[in-house]
Write a protein of this length. Structure first.
Length: 624
């Protein structure tokens, strides 16, 4: 015969699973898209992240098992883990108090909490890790340390929590408290606790050793340590907590919005029924758990709701505990259930709205960028979701952000050089460049993190932004600038209006000579050569060139039309004498034999012998 203790978890699991599976989000976080792309693209041996070692392989296994989309498979996995955790907390509450009303309130309070619910319908690690933490609470709430199966179960639960998030190594401290109290009361129990610790340590250490030395091939401790601590070494985390951040993180973990209101309501209800009693051993380890996690995450990143999930189950148990002294279904327990239901309703609205793809601004921005660019164009974006939205939703890979550039190259100076080279290479390949205004003016967080200023970014690329023009935009899409592809620049005669060097041109025996005067000033030696970027336009009838020699040995110029990419031949060229008045010369390409149907590139030899003098290229334009 099924008892209440068995029926209740089943009912909770089924009900919460239906709720979560019906509210799966369609708007993903940065980390979620990272996991999805990793599972979709990487071989299994590269899916082991040091801070949540088991999640990537589990996601790959779920995707393989369902034979479908990685995002959907991992979301369903999290939804079922979230339902299992809610059922487990209900079972823990019922076993503690033998009260259906309080058990239902505990289960609903957890499954309806904004942080727990949101990450249960997202592709993140925290719900699975929380399920293992709840398993730990179930096992240590009424320890049976004489049984070998209990020791294996506890060791496995601790290992699972740590393998799904490295921070759960913090659970060792509350476990030490409960083990010490239990062993003091029952001296024979200490062996069981030691055996459980050995099981957990063997699984965790063995797993990391296997990945580091067996799969990744690390052969020295320094490399392994750098891999293990890569997040902590970025400078992004830790040490910048404020009281506002802390209160915001806790309240939003409860509900969005009104989290603080609901938190105060249930706290007031709990305090109203509180009875002063001696500190019990169960409370000692629970308060230790809360204190250790709270101190660490207050330092680490207190406004991030995902980190407070680990404290939710214990907080709920402690807040509901005073109500156990009231009769079943009393006013107090009904009010607690009412607050849980109100929280669920509020969060249902928030979850469904936040997960609605039609409300996703980042998706609109990504679509705008795609509409304004071609597949090969470079996109310089502000730091954030666009780094993953463009590859995931539109298969656009050619993009760069300030954060990624500095993280990859170590300093803004090195990052600036890399970005400039990337822009030049894109132009050389014949592509446009899109630049977000927020890229040119980094956010205060980015400026604080890297000691970066907007002036430093502006000074990195003044001649680059001089070639850009604003794109048409509409609120709330942010402003973007565009550097046209070289073919478009030559067709629109933009060179004649600028004093900065055109982008993507390859120079030989010549170097730019910066000047404030209009035109492109070059220091030229013998046989200077200027090779254009890829143009790839229908063959024009003529090309107009305007040159002004300054102290050069001769005045003979020559223009080549490419016979193939980066290939030029003498028969496919035109020579002319540079006019004394530096007027524009129109070169009729119809004089050349066997012209190809498309103009791939041009090469300009401004003079045969520059003699270390100067040449000013005032303009080059294509005449269709």
């Amino acid at each position: 015969m099924m008892t209440t203790s068995r029926i209740l978890p089943i009912v909770v699991f089924v009900g919460v699973a239906i709720l979560y599976l019906s509210t799966l989000t369609h708007v993903h976080t940065f980390d979620a898209l990272s996991y999805i792309l990793d599972v979709q693209r990487k071989p299994w041996a590269e899916l082991f992240h040091p801070h949540h070692l088991a999640y990537g392989p589990l996601g790959a296994l779920a995707t393989w098992f369902t034979g479908g989309d990685a995002a959907l498979a991992m979301q369903r996995l999290n939804a079922l883990a979230g339902a299992g955790g809610s059922a487990l907390l209900g079972a823990i509450a019922y076993r503690r108090w033998q009260r259906v009303d309080l058990a239902i309130s505990a289960a609903l309070a957890l499954c309806g909490a904004y942080a727990y619910w949101y990450y249960a319908v997202e592709v993140e690690v925290y719900t699975v890790a929380a399920c293992f933490l709840l398993w730990i609470i179930w096992l240590i709430d009424q320890p049976r340390v004489q049984h070998g199966r209990w020791q294996l179960a506890l060791g496995g639960a601790v290992a699972g929590a740590c393998l799904f998030h490295q921070s759960n190594a913090l659970v060792a401290l509350p476990l030490l408290v409960v083990a010490s109290i239990d062993s003091w009361r029952h001296p024979a129990h200490w062996r069981g606790w030691i055996q459980a610790a050995l099981v957990a340590s063997a699984i965790v250490v063995g797993s990391y050793a296997w990945v580091m030395w067996g799969i990744s091939g690390f052969r020295d401790g320094a490399t392994a340590l750098a891999w293990l601590t890569q997040y902590a070494a970025t400078g992004w985390w830790g040490g910048r907590a404020t009281l506002t951040d802390l209160l915001s993180g806790i309240s939003e973990s409860i509900a969005w919005p009104l989290g603080a209101t609901y938190g105060i309501m249930i706290l007031t209800l709990s305090l109203a029924h509180l009875r002063i009693q001696p500190l019990r051993s169960e409370h000692a380890w629970m308060w230790t758990w809360i204190l250790v996690y709270a101190v660490f995450f207050t330092w680490w990143e207190p406004d991030n709701i995902e980190f407070w999930i680990a404290l939710c189950p214990l907080g709920i148990l402690l807040l509901l505990a005073p109500l156990r002294h009231q009769p079943r279904w009393s006013i107090g327990s009904c009010l607690a259930l009412g607050v849980a239901l109100l929280t669920m309703h509020t969060n249902w609205l928030a979850i469904t709205q936040r997960g609605d793809a039609s409300r996703d601004l980042q998706r609109d921005i990504a679509r705008y960028i795609v509409d304004q660019s071609s597949a090969g164009d470079l996109v310089l974006i502000p730091d954030g979701l666009l780094e993953l939205y463009l590859p995931y939703y539109h298969q656009r890979e050619h993009l760069q952000s300030v954060n990624a550039a500095i993280s990859s190259h170590g300093s803004w100076e090195a990052a600036c050089a890399h970005i400039r080279a990337d822009i030049a290479q894109s132009q050389q390949a014949g592509h446009a460049v899109l630049i977000a205004q927020d890229f040119l003016v980094p956010s205060p967080i980015m400026q604080q993190r890297f000691g970066l200023t907007a002036d430093a970014v502006a000074q990195c690329m003044p001649e680059i932004t001089a070639w850009s023009t604003p794109l048409p935009s509409r609120a709330p899409i942010p402003v973007y600038q565009r550097i046209a592809p070289p073919a478009e620049q030559l067709s629109k005669q933009r060179w004649q209006a600028l004093s900065h060097a055109p982008l993507g041109w390859q120079l030989s025996n010549a170097s730019p000579d910066p000047t404030s005067q209009p035109g492109w000033w070059l220091q030229v030696a013998s046989d200077p050569v200027l090779v254009s970027p890829i143009l790839d336009v229908p063959m024009p009838t003529a090309i107009a060139v305007q040159l002004e020699p300054v102290a050069t040995a001769d005045r003979q110029a020559q223009l080549f039309v490419a016979v193939a990419l980066n290939q030029f031949a003498e028969p496919q060229s035109l020579r002319w004498e540079i006019p004394a008045d530096a007027s524009e010369v129109i070169l009729d390409l119809r004089q050349l034999p066997d012209l190809p149907p498309r103009l791939l590139q041009i090469r300009l030899d401004p003079v045969a012998d520059g003699g270390s003098g100067s040449v000013r290229v005032t303009g080059i334009r294509i005449i269709p």
